[in-house]
Design a binder for this molecule. Structure first.
Ligand code: 5RP
Length: 222
């Protein structure tokens, strides 16, 4: 199977996992990216089995709506049983790097609220230690230089993501070469930098379930 087929396979597995657990008042949190897009397309086939979705980005909201799936504001939903999303990297503890698509802030909020966070990823995303993928930071535009200097003090190499504005009107700084061997500590440290809206480490709230697409089938890791 090629990478696209692995993405399809994990997206279908997520549907198989949540489908028997849904009812007509269920609202599902939906992530962003090419793997999440596969999930959205499968979700369309069961759209009468649940109420609607909360989207982690404008792009996801548009795709959900194009399938006739109602999209709700997070503030108007009482309960979010599942959040399904991809990742840029995932380790054995199901800690993640996310934000390659720049949607990390809304993704982190929806993941935080959801009872069960299901990560769907092909095997290229599985690593022993996070950090080969540059760590995205969503940053308020006026804090760009300040945040860059703080990242250098921590040993990272900040790179401004050119010509990119997040759904929240902010910029992205991608951080290379930061030691992420202790992800929770690094996540908490980065949260303290004034001007950083969100960092792409999902370690304080990791995924609960990983559906990993491999050449020999979809593996489930908890
Ligand atoms: C977007 C994300 C995505 O989940 C991540 O980039 C993975 O995307 P893809 O499924 O296209 O590989 O965090 O902000």
């Amino acid at each position: 199977m090629n990478q696209d087929e692995l993405k399809q396979a994990v997206a279908k597995s997520a549907i198989d996992y949540i489908s028997p657990r849904l009812n007509t008042s269920s609202v599902i949190g939906v992530g962003t990216g090419s793997t999440a897009n596969c999930f959205i397309d499968f979700l369309a086939a069961i759209r009468n089995d649940f109420d609607g979705a909360v989207a982690s980005s404008e792009a996801t909201a548009e795709r959900l709506k194009s399938h006739g799936i109602p999209v709700y504001e997070l503030n108007s939903t009482a309960d979010l049983e599942f959040y399904v999303d991809g990742a840029d990297e995932v380790n054995e503890q199901l800690e993640l790097i996310k934000g390659g698509g720049g949607a990390l802030t809304r993704e982190k909020i929806v993941a935080e609220v959801a009872q069960t966070f299901i990560c769907i990823a092909d095997e290229s995303k599985k690593v022993d230690i996070l950090g080969d993928f540059p760590l995205p930071l969503e940053v308020l535009p006026m804090a760009r230089s300040h945040v860059g200097r703080e990242i250098v003090k921590l040993g990272g190499d900040p790179v401004y993501r050119d010509a990119f504005t997040t759904d929240n009107g902010n910029i992205i700084i991608d951080v290379y070469n930061l030691d992420l061997s202790r992800p929770i500590q690094v996540e908490e440290r980065l949260n303290q930098i004034v001007g950083v809206v969100t960092n792409g480490l999902f370690a304080r709230r990791p995924a609960d379930l990983l559906l990993l697409g491999t050449k020999t089938g979809v593996r489930t890791l908890k």
